[in-house]
Design a protein around this ligand. Structure first.
Ligand SMILES: Nc1nc2c(c(=O)[nH]1)N[C@H]1C(S)=C(S)[C@@H](COP(=O)(O)OP(=O)(O)OC[C@H]3O[C@@H](n4cnc5c(=O)[nH]c(N)nc54)[C@H](O)[C@@H]3O)O[C@H]1N2
Ligand SMILES: Nc1nc2c(c(=O)[nH]1)N[C@H]1C(S)=C(S)[C@@H](COP(=O)(O)OP(=O)(O)OC[C@H]3O[C@@H](n4cnc5c(=O)[nH]c(N)nc54)[C@H](O)[C@@H]3O)O[C@H]1N2
Ligand code: SF4
Ligand SMILES: [Mo]
Length: 800
């Protein structure tokens, strides 16, 4: 028997029945649709490994619990009918089964006694947190408790909707996240230019004639800050219709290999290339602002700001010859449409904000911003800060309102740079971080100078981790609170669909129920918030949930430009009943969003998907393969939220940062610099415990050019010793011509030392690799954004 359904409604239990469920893969930004087969098994116990189901009730409303049929995950493959991914899947997608079954995954709360973790009940764990956290808050103040939020919290409705309550409840300014070892420069540049950090221009890959890509490798990463499944297929389609791909990367990456042209660049020098391209266009009178011209402010400040960066100067710095730089600029201007797109290689660099800004300056001056085939902005179904409020009215962003205690680095968007975390724990004084809460993060492997951070975490008075593994970071926790398996959580890509290259909406219900002994992740975060607020270890998480929806409703009814302006809050709450939790919030966002039914205020939405007239959670539940809302449409000028209501092409804070870049021009470059890379079978630090992904050839190896290897006396298959200002490590060598001379590459996220006390990562420990962030230097920083420099780190290399 096969039941095709979106809801976890379970068929009457007949022996060996099968059901098929659909959901979005939450592992990376591509958001592929998965088709998951579940096989019924005889009832055994109520742990999540053989989760019980059969309440016959959808969990899209509240918690889905119950007993009855036992479902075991069978096959996972790409959902051919998914409106966005059309069956595409990468090797990681199908391993949600192995992740679900991984015996090392934490399933019950753990409390550390002495140096060992012991299983505990939820009441015991929350009581322990209350007992130890509250005195710290009371005697040392709110800032004595820090929070670090990691990457998966941006892929989860729990993290995106409830983490803020926790941070507010703690009341701390000491907030850190993976954003400052990642995309903060792009967010800052976008906020300065367009008004808020999520108004990020994405390449219209499906319609462009020319994709100019810097520091991204979507054949391995599946794309980032440009949400789309199946980048390889989309790039192939672009080339088949005559489009071109040019990739700028110090490595001949998989994507560079597929490109029409690979431009090798010296790490960290992208802004010099981009500035010289802009200057070429200005000098040769090739600038055409296109349709956004009436909304561009500050253009006259651009040319003077870039006056030093001619192509000849840039050639000496980037290693790209001047004629190539000029040609690229001319080609960009001549192409019917073109999109410039920069990612990790451009943001995790010393001048990451300048580079991110120049990417969009190029999009603007070639007339490609906000036009089909160019760089466009999504219209997310759940709305966002650029769909709410008045068009062209905004407060913009202020940089430097608060500075970190020790190094004085500016906070951006309410967060301090992650590379300050260690020093903020180490250094005594008022506001010293004495306790830390990590949520879905592994900063020991992700943040510069892992050795120092590891020692700092050891020094904390108290640490709580909401996580699914005991790893290099969470081993330091005093209490670990497990999130349930991915398959037991509902999903909607609230953040990533704001950056999608096509407007789609896709809700995933949990496909396996929670056991009675489990809490959903949002409940865990809500209960931590209640403890921090002094409501006690047993307080009902519904309080936080109710406050969260209430505040969203209040904001919506106060928004004169919104569809719910002036409506009655209680009436709206009633319309959302009986749902609670994330499902209620997402339903509200969808219904009050750009395609929504306006909770009665508006009938027909713009949706084109099956049966959609006014988007709502119900509409998505009826569309198990998602709803296609069409290609991106121009959003300018209404999407602007800058104080001027204009696109700021030359924001003051960025121009003020240019002298820092000028100063670097006269600096003697290091003979060898380290960069990172990603592997298709890996996902930052936490999928290395899945045997099928790590078996086979070693992936954590040093890439080095044959001539450099010969010069340095290191050989293929041998070991090299790599040393930076902050650390040293030994790593196997792979000699390859596909890397520029003077550059070596190590992927991040490895270094699973099985000997570390506490760690429970059996498989990963056998494929440990090294932690590249033992070499990343916490003193190297993009000062404007506070982002870490993870590419272009000066190192020396020697045979081990
Ligand atoms: N050298 C170098 N360093 C880098 C990078 C680089 O390119 N080079 N890249 C940077 C980038 S882009 C990023 S985003 C960061 C990532 O930095 P982090 O977010 O700190 O690290 P992750 O490896 O993503 O760790 C995710 C953690 O979440 C846990 N987890 C997984 N699923 C769940 C869940 O559902 N709930 C909860 N509560 N926990 C879960 C995992 O066990 C793991 O502990 O690393 C950065 N570090
Ligand atoms: N398989 C897999 N997929 C992932 C992840 C993963 O760990 N594994 N992580 C996810 C996360 S958190 C993120 S943020 C995204 C990142 O997605 P991408 O940005 O596509 O990340 P990478 O694949 O690391 O590609 C970065 C490229 O930049 C190049 N590079 C390094 N330094 C420079 C430089 O100075 N200039 C230029 N022009 N290029 C440079 C590197 O050689 C590399 O090829 O991937 C996501 N997807
Ligand atoms: S590319 Fe792979 S990891 Fe990313 S969403 Fe798709 S299946 Fe999941
Ligand atoms: Mo990331």
């Amino acid at each position: 028997m096969t039941l095709v359904e979106k809801e976890p409604t379970v068929a009457a239990a007949t022996p060996s029945s099968t059901r098929t469920a659909f959901r979005t893969c939450p592992l990376c930004e591509a958001g592929c649709g998965l088709e998951i087969t579940l096989n019924e098994e005889p009832h055994t116990d109520a742990s999540d490994r053989s989760a019980s189901g059969g309440s016959g009730r959808s969990c899209a409303g509240s918690k889905w619990r119950g007993r009855g049929a036992q479902w075991k995950v069978g096959r996972i493959r790409g959902d051919r009918d998914d409106v966005f991914s059309h069956g595409f899947i990468c090797p990681k997608g199908s391993t949600l089964k192995q992740l679900h079954d991984d015996p090392d995954r934490v399933r019950t709360p753990l409390i550390k006694r002495g140096s060992e973790f012991h299983e505990a009940t939820w009441p015991e764990a929350f009581a322990e947190i209350e007992r130890r956290l509250l005195p710290i808050l009371e005697s040392h103040g709110r800032n004595s408790v820090g929070v670090y939020a990691g990457n998966p919290s941006a892929h989860s409705i729990s993290g995106l909707l409830y983490l803020r309550s926790l941070i507010k409840a703690i009341g701390t300014h000491n907030m850190f996240s993976a954003s400052t070892v990642d995309q903060r420069p792009k967010e800052l540049a976008s906020a300065l230019m367009f008004g808020n950090p999520i108004t990020i221009a994405v390449p219209d890959v499906d319609r462009t004639d020319f994709l100019f890509m810097l520091g991204a490798n979507p054949y391995a990463s599946n794309g980032s800050l440009a949400t789309a499944p199946d980048w390889p297929g989309r790039i192939e389609a672009m080339r088949a219709r005559g489009g071109r791909l040019v990739v700028v990367d110090p490595r001949r990456s998989r994507t560079a290999e597929e490109a029409d042209e690979w431009i090798a660049i010296r790490p960290g020098t992208d802004p010099f290339l981009l500035a010289a391209m802009v200057r070429t266009l200005i000098d040769e009178r090739l600038v055409d602002l296109g349709a956004v011209a009436p909304f561009v402010s500050g253009f006259d400040r651009l040319a003077p700001a870039l006056v030093r960066y001619d192509a000849d100067t840039a050639a000496g710095i980037t290693g790209i010859d001047a004629e190539t730089i000029r040609r690229l600029a001319r080609e960009l201007a001549a192409s019917p449409t073109a999109a410039v797109y920069g990612r990790i290689g451009t943001t995790t660099a010393e001048f990451g904000t300048i580079a991110s800004w120049l990417v969009d300056v190029l999009n603007i001056v070639t007339g490609n911003l906000d036009r089909p085939g160019g760089a466009m902005f999504a219209t997310p179904a759940t709305g966002g800060s650029n769909t709410r409020g008045a068009p062209r009215v905004g407060r913009g962003v202020k940089v430097g309102q608060r500075h970190s205690r020790i190094r004085g680095l500016a906070a951006t968007f309410g967060e301090f740079p992650a590379l300050c975390l260690a020093e903020e724990i180490e250094a005594p004084g008022a506001e010293q971080i004495r306790a830390l809460v990590t949520v879905a993060g592994n900063p020991v492997l992700s943040v510069p100078n892992g050795t120092r951070l590891d020692a700092a975490l050891h020094q904390l008075d108290f640490m709580v981790s909401v996580d699914i593994y005991i790893n290099e970071t969470t081993r330091h926790a005093d209490v670990i609170l497990p999130a349930p398996s991915v398959l037991q959580k509902a999903h909607y890509d609230l953040a990533l669909l704001q950056l999608a290259i096509r407007n789609v909406a896709n809700w995933s219900d949990a496909i396996l129920p929670l056991a009675d002994s489990q809490l959903d992740e949002w409940e865990v975060l809500a209960r931590l918030a209640l403890i921090a607020r002094g409501f006690g270890a047993a307080a009902d998480p519904a309080m936080v949930d109710d406050l969260t929806i209430r505040s969203l409703i209040d904001a919506a009814i106060a928004d004169e430009h919104g569809v719910l302006f002036g409506r009655d809050a209680d009436e709206l709450l009633e319309a959302l009943a009986p749902r609670t939790g994330p499902a209620r919030i997402v339903d509200f966002m969808l219904r009050s969003g750009p395609y929504g039914d306006g909770l009665g205020a508006r009938l027909a939405g713009r949706g084109t998907g099956p049966g959609v007239s006014g988007l709502s959670l119900d509409a998505l539940l009826a569309a198990p393969h998602g709803v296609d809302l069409g290609p991106l449409e121009p959003r300018m000028p209404d999407g602007l939220r800058t104080p001027s209501g204009m696109i700021e092409i030359a924001p003051e804070p960025i121009l003020a940062d240019l002298p820092r870049m000028h100063a670097a021009m006269s600096r003697e470059p290091s003979p060898y610099v380290l960069i990172g890379r990603r592997d298709l079978r890996s996902n930052n630090s936490w999928m290395h415990n899945i045997e099928v992904l790590v078996k086979g050839r070693r992936r954590c190896v040093l890439h080095i050019h044959p001539k450099d290897a010969a010069d340095l006396g290191v050989s293929d298959g041998g070991d090299a010793r790599v040393t930076s200002r902050v650390g040293s490590l030994t790593i196997p060598v792979e000699v390859t011509e596909w890397i520029t001379r003077g550059v070596v590459s190590i992927p991040h996220g490895w270094g699973h030392d099985a000997e570390l006390p506490g760690v429970q990562l059996g498989v990963a420990g056998r494929h440990a690799g090294v932690n590249s962030n033992l070499l990343a230097d916490e003193l190297l920083v993009d000062k404007l954004s506070g982002n870490a420099v993870l590419n272009g780190i000066p190192v020396t290399v020697a045979p081990a």
